[in-house]
Design a protein around this ligand. Structure first.
Ligand code: GLU
Length: 424
């Protein structure tokens, strides 16, 4: 058996973390050595420079990436992140998680992710449009409805997906909505896509609370991150009757034991852009929010926030990973021993986003559009199926819930790769 000869290209804490998760899952299901490395490492990656003319006439060159981790089980699928701390290693880790996520919930996709090193808040609207279009222009030969289908992630949104779809369509010479998901409804976006990730997170939380016999109207919730996913999770959980006692963004958080008025928080953000100085409660730091006593803790921002420093101090009953990769390997070890916390692992917890992306892609390819109720009903059906499969795997092998989810996702990708065989 030969071992992979891999450079330090992706070297980073977050890529090591995704690899460690893979190794543990591969060991747990005794994945044959011969299939391991080619299931584990990304299939290919692109790095591009993106020159953008600024308002003052100068030119700034940004760097962007797209990592296609697995293309053996369908077109690769995954978001594009605009964030100042993006690295190619992070994008590769996120692409790996997309592979396991799509496979776990039964989507006919591989996994991919993109990223650009940029703080989008520092760009004007037209600079952002130029950057988004330039990124897609560079990717034109590597993406496509049957090749690789991008979507929004941290720092990107519907409008950006619309620009990217337009750029691709202009290049191929006809409207090609299925090249990107998470588009505005007017451009072939799906009903329910904008809220899908948060709605899925909230739905799974409700299901797990039911299993634990905790009435949701008695549940308190702390949410770290108030972007698309965090805020939609808050709205859906509030609709289910839960009390949101803390929310935060990168400028800090708000705590209110009596419950935060989410509508008011959203209205405030519309105008102030950030949560800072929102008067719906007492200020709280992101670190303290994670350690608040609550029924449900929802990390909904970036990776690696639950660490060996705070894992033993969490005071929640459910840890719902709305973000990708919020929990380090060392924290996982601690959480595995904590019978008082139910973990809903990222690849299951936030899969609602890519599930509705799949629905959007199907609607685009068939030119037949569904109602919001149809979308949500099908979403909940797929989440139920994935949850049942994960919990059955957990019981059968006495795995942690993360290991159960990863072994299912990884096992299916490896099986498909083995069946396709090596070429030549
Ligand atoms: N960026 C989202 C995720 O991490 C959505 C990906 C998609 O819809 O393709 O799951």
């Amino acid at each position: 058996m030969s071992k992979a000869i891999i450079s330090s290209l992706y070297d980073s804490d977050v890529f090591k973390m995704a690899c460690r998760q893979f190794d543990q899952a591969a060991d747990a299901i005794s994945l044959p050595e011969a299939i391991r490395d080619r299931t584990k490492y990304p299939r290919r990656c692109m790095a591009v420079t993106l020159p953008v003319r600024r308002k003052d006439g100068s030119v700034t060159v940004f760097e962007g990436y797209r990592v296609q981790h697995n293309v053996s089980t369908g077109p690769s699928k995954g978001g594009i992140r605009f964030h100042q701390d993006v690295t190619i290693g992070e994008v590769a880790a996120l692409a790996m998680w997309m592979s396991w996520k799509c496979s776990l919930v039964g989507l006919p996709y591989g996994g991919a992710k993109g990223g650009v090193i940029v703080d989008p808040k520092q760009l004007s609207e037209s600079e952002l449009e130029h950057l988004s279009r330039r990124y897609m222009q560079e990717m034109v030969n590597f993406v496509g409805p049957h090749m690789d289908v991008p979507a929004p992630d941290v720092g990107t949104n519907e409008k950006i997906m619309g620009w990217m779809m337009d750029t691709y369509s202009t290049h191929v010479g006809h409207l090609s909505p299925a090249v990107v998901t998470g588009k505005p409804i007017a451009l072939g976006g799906s009903q329910g896509r904008r809220e899908a990730t948060g709605a899925g997170v909230a739905y799974l939380i409700k299901k797990y609370l039911e299993d634990m016999k905790v009435p949701i109207n008695k549940a308190t919730v702390a949410i770290q991150g108030f972007g698309n996913v965090g805020s939609e999770t808050a709205i859906a959980l509030e609709n289910f009757g839960a009390k949101i006692i803390a929310i935060s963004d990168y400028t800090g958080g708000i705590h209110n034991a009596k419950g935060i008025n989410i509508k008011k928080a959203l209205a405030y953000i519309q105008y102030a852009k950030v949560l800072k100085d929102f008067d719906g409660g007492q200020p709280i730091s992101n670190e303290d929010l994670l350690e608040l006593k609550c029924t449900v803790l929802v990390p909904a921002a970036l990776e690696r926030v639950i660490t060996d420093k705070n894992a033993a101090k969490l005071k929640c009953r459910v840890l719902a990973e709305a973000a990708n990769g919020p929990t380090t390997n060392a924290a996982d070890k601690i959480l595995e021993k904590r019978d008082d916390i139910e973990l809903i692992p990222d690849v299951l917890c936030n899969s609602g986003g890519v599930i509705v992306s799949y629905f959007e892609w199907l609607q685009n390819l068939s030119n037949f559009y569904w109602t919001r109720d149809e979308v949500l009903e099908k979403l909940y059906g797929m989440l139920d199926k994935a949850k049942d499969a994960v919990d059955a795997q957990k019981r059968k092998f006495k795995f942690s819930r993360r290991l159960a989810a990863l072994t299912l996702g990884i096992g299916r990708v490896a099986e498909a790769k083995a069946a396709r065989g090596l070429f030549p």
